[in-house]
Design a protein around this ligand. Structure first.
Ligand SMILES: Cc1cc2nc3c(=O)[nH]c(=O)nc-3n(C[C@H](O)[C@H](O)[C@H](O)COP(=O)(O)OP(=O)(O)OC[C@H]3O[C@@H](n4cnc5c(N)ncnc54)[C@H](O)[C@@H]3O)c2cc1C
Length: 292
């Protein structure tokens, strides 16, 4: 008996991860777990932790680069109905961690609820967005999260307030715990205004970023006082290629993958950008994406 045989039906072995990510790159996960309930999620976390097996949660894979040799551990996916439920209580929205962020942003905008409309164009799940404190120049998800329920890797659930979530720039206190659900406090407005804002923000994003290419969004965080994309551009690196990946000509903080690119091509471009920016400007670029 292995630990995995105890989770028949919700655990698959040797699963390609590429198609579960926006980059469409990388190798297999040793296991992928799709728990059907909170209890099953708790059992997988508890057992993995007892056996010393690494755990990662995958949302829409919009901020993850999986290495070519894959991930030696269990990847949790919140695809079951209980993790995708949305309940409205006036302007208060209760959403599962596996809910699609863009769909929720569009739906709430149509309902005349403001707050997620400013996140238009950010691919992801509610859980991934909270972990990363996803946002842009018009706002962040932390502006509307009142609390989130997380499950720790020992299988225990607890609810954290906005303060306890310790949101920062593309960071939170979620760590490797699993965001199971969240409560968002939106504002009632005229649906015409919220929908117009949703489409406006999305249009601006499409104009400035290579949204149709395979990427994981911005590779690096903006260092204090600088824009990472501008530094990479000023280092003359726009359009630099390794294999079938290149630093986007449209936005230098995006590394886009063409057909047959490998994760190692992206990693090499990351190294090149970091080295050149450090040499030319004395600035250290910190990764925004999560490399597995
Ligand atoms: C074209 C493009 C444009 C983008 N533009 C933006 C932007 O403007 N602003 C911005 O902030 N980001 C942007 N991103 C990055 C990405 O959209 C966000 O980081 C988003 O929040 C990722 O959500 P996800 O569900 O896909 O997370 P994933 O990529 O699946 O995971 C990201 C991290 O969150 C963790 N995670 C995922 N789900 C959960 C969960 N339920 N509980 C706990 N941890 C979890 C993962 O383990 C991983 O560490 C962009 C990405 C792309 C591809």
């Amino acid at each position: 008996m292995t630990w995995s045989s105890d989770f028949n039906g919700m655990l698959e072995q040797d699963v390609p991860l590429a198609d579960m990510t926006w980059y469409k790159l990388g190798g297999n996960a040793r296991w992928v777990a799709t728990p059907g309930s909170i209890d099953e999620l708790s059992a997988v976390c508890r057992r993995a932790s007892k056996e010393g097996i690494a755990v990662r949660t995958l949302g829409r894979g919009a901020n993850v680069l999986v290495r070519d040799d894959g991930f030696d551990g269990v990847v949790i996916r919140l695809d079951a109905g209980c993790f995708k439920a949305v309940r409205y209580d006036g302007p208060i929205v209760h959403a599962g961690g596996g809910v699609d962020l863009m769909e929720l942003a569009h739906q709430t905008a149509r309902f005349g609820l403001a707050g997620l409309d400013v996140l238009a164009g950010i691919p992801g799940s509610v859980g991934g967005a909270i972990r990363m404190n996803a946002g842009g120049r018009f706002g962040r998800i932390s502006d509307v999260v009142t609390e989130a329920t997380i499950m720790d890797l020992q299988g225990e659930q607890r609810t954290l307030s906005n303060d306890e979530l310790q949101f920062g720039y593309r960071t939170s206190a979620v760590g490797r715990n699993v965001v199971v659900s969240a409560t968002l406090e939106l504002r009632e407005e005229d649906p015409k205004d919220t929908l117009a804002r949703f489409h406006h923000v999305w249009r601006l994003k499409k104009e400035s970023q290579p949204m149709a290419d395979k990427s994981a969004g911005c590779i690096f965080k903006n260092p204090n006082g600088y824009a990472a994309g501008a530094l990479i551009d000023q280092a003359g690196l726009k359009g630099t290629r390794v294999g079938n990946a290149k630093i986007s000509e449209r936005h230098a903080n995006f590394i886009v993958a063409k057909r047959d690119a490998r994760s190692r091509d992206i990693l090499e471009l990351i190294d090149i950008a970091r080295t050149r920016v450090r040499e030319q400007f004395g600035v250290d670029l910190e990764l925004e994406i999560d490399v597995w």
